[in-house]
Design a binder for this molecule. Structure first.
Ligand SMILES: Cc1cc2nc3c(=O)[nH]c(=O)nc-3n(C[C@H](O)[C@H](O)[C@H](O)COP(=O)(O)OP(=O)(O)OC[C@H]3O[C@@H](n4cnc5c(N)ncnc54)[C@H](O)[C@@H]3O)c2cc1C
Length: 419
């Protein structure tokens, strides 16, 4: 079977690998010169299935309103252009109802756990080194923050996710370089979760997919998709190859291909930012950076160690443009790094980045056959695309080959959003 994959972000690369591993004849089309150059480029790298959950949740609308005018708000509206996302916001609001949230959360958690198993399995079998580290710690600054985290703790216990609550001394044992002046009351630590370099993983897995025979065409912009028994692509250079199946993994750009065919996926780009900087070492001694991954619960900012670098990521911005880096969210990232790990990184060499999370209003991605003949979807992974990628890719391969799904994936079917 000849299969085309459109997009070589983390979702497209993992999909190409799983399809090639299943013995299919795979060709990837990516408009950029390499893999993982868009949203998968500099994300926080966190893989913590216990914390993968829809942003649409009971109480979220009030939280967002409460943040609207805060200096370090985790959620922002970038001016009037955010209004174009009003229909998406309406669907988001409706998905905040308790019953809908719980159904979506269960589906995402199931996928996240399966995905991590698959990621670990691939890493072990293929010997992949992608700067992975175990340990994820959610930092709570005050007793009130710990109190608010109690519901989350009950959920972790229900889900059987290994975790512990640490006091200040415990936090400092786990992360000895935390600033002595930073105020930390407690932390929730997930010893089996952690962090890894998503872009690096994408590069390594692309090589493995190529070894299995997959072809990667870069600078290949698929401008049009034709559905049918033999779905075809119209490329920017005028070629129009046809296939037995096409899988759309085009992240936030997916509607450019699907909408002309009458399939409108409710995807919104929810922008986020990251900073990456090399860690300083003093006279060959240990550096003063984090050992693994942390989350500042107050500002919803992640701090992660990737090799000899630190990455700080956060912010959720609706409206605006990808090429407009706004100073306020970046300033929050600098401030959070400075509070927890002052002087740890060489800020002269900092890399600032903005990415667009491909976000569906209700949470889970769309994975599987769409209602268009020959067209499959693997998109809409929002804030957890790295954590969900390996599992989603495996589900695509299994369903294309008619193999029974390894997990209950009914909620991920594109039919959920009439796609
Ligand atoms: C600040 C930030 C922090 C994040 N932190 C985390 C985290 O800690 N953990 C986690 O799991 N997730 C995280 N995410 C989310 C994660 O990065 C995304 O969910 C994931 O990268 C999406 O992958 P993708 O392959 O769907 O999209 P992309 O990586 O954007 O890939 C889509 C690809 O399709 C290509 N493409 C589009 N249209 C066409 C076309 N017509 N023809 C050819 N090619 C095309 C694009 O060029 C692109 O390369 C974060 C995101 C942000 C912004």
């Amino acid at each position: 079977m000849r299969v085309a994959v459109i997009g070589a972000g983390i979702v497209g690369v993992t999909t190409a690998y799983e399809l090639a591993a299943a013995g299919l004849d795979v060709t990837v089309f990516e408009r950029r010169p390499g893999v993982a150059t868009e949203t998968s480029f500099a994300n926080a790298g966190i893989v913590a299935p216990g914390y993968v959950t829809p942003w649409a949740a009971p109480g979220m609308p009030l939280k967002v309103i409460g943040q609207l005018f805060a200096r370090d708000a985790a959620v922002r509206f970038a001016g009037p252009s955010a209004l174009r996302e009003l229909p998406w916001m309406w669907r988001f609001l409706r998905a905040c109802r308790t019953g809908v949230h719980v159904t979506n959360r269960t589906a995402m958690q199931r996928l996240a756990h399966f995905s991590r198993e698959r990621m670990d399995e691939l890493a072990a079998r293929l010997g992949l080194d992608y700067e992975q580290r175990l340990g994820y710690m959610v930092l709570l600054r005050t007793p009130a923050e710990l109190q608010r985290a109690r519901a989350g703790l009950r959920l972790l216990a229900e889900l059987g996710v290994a975790h512990e609550v640490l006091d200040e001394a415990g936090c400092r044992d786990v992360e000895p370089a935390l600033s002595p002046t930073a105020r930390v009351h407690a932390a929730i630590r997930l010893p089996n979760d952690g962090v890894g370099n998503c872009r690096q993983f994408a590069h390594l897995l692309k090589n493995e997919a190529q070894r299995l025979g997959a072809r990667f065409n870069f600078d290949a912009d698929a401008q049009r998709l034709v559905a049918g028994d033999r779905p075809a692509l119209r490329l920017a250079d005028g070629q129009a190859p046809s296939f037995d199946r096409v899988v759309v993994c085009a992240g936030v750009e997916s509607n450019r291909l699907l909408a002309p065919l009458g399939l409108h996926v409710p995807l919104a780009p929810v922008f986020g930012y990251s900073l990456t900087a090399p860690l300083r070492t003093h006279d060959g001694g240990p550096d003063m950076g984090p050992r693994s991954a942390l989350m500042d619960e107050r500002y919803k900012v992640a701090i992660s160690r990737l090799g000899q670098r630190v990455r700080v990521a956060g912010s959720a911005e609706l409206g605006g443009r990808l090429d407009q880096l706004r100073r306020a969210p970046l300033a929050t990232l600098y401030r959070v790094l400075d509070e927890w790990f002052p002087g740890a990184a060489s800020m002269r060499d900092v890399q600032e980045w903005k990415g667009a999370r491909p976000m569906l209003p209700d949470g889970p991605p769309l994975v599987g056959a769409s209602r268009l003949p020959g067209v499959w979807l693997n998109l809409g992974h929002g804030s957890s695309g790295w954590a969900l990628s390996c599992g989603s890719a495996r589900l695509v391969a299994d369903s294309m080959l008619g193999r029974p799904p390894p997990i209950d994936a009914a909620r991920l079917a594109p039919a959920r959003l009439r796609a």
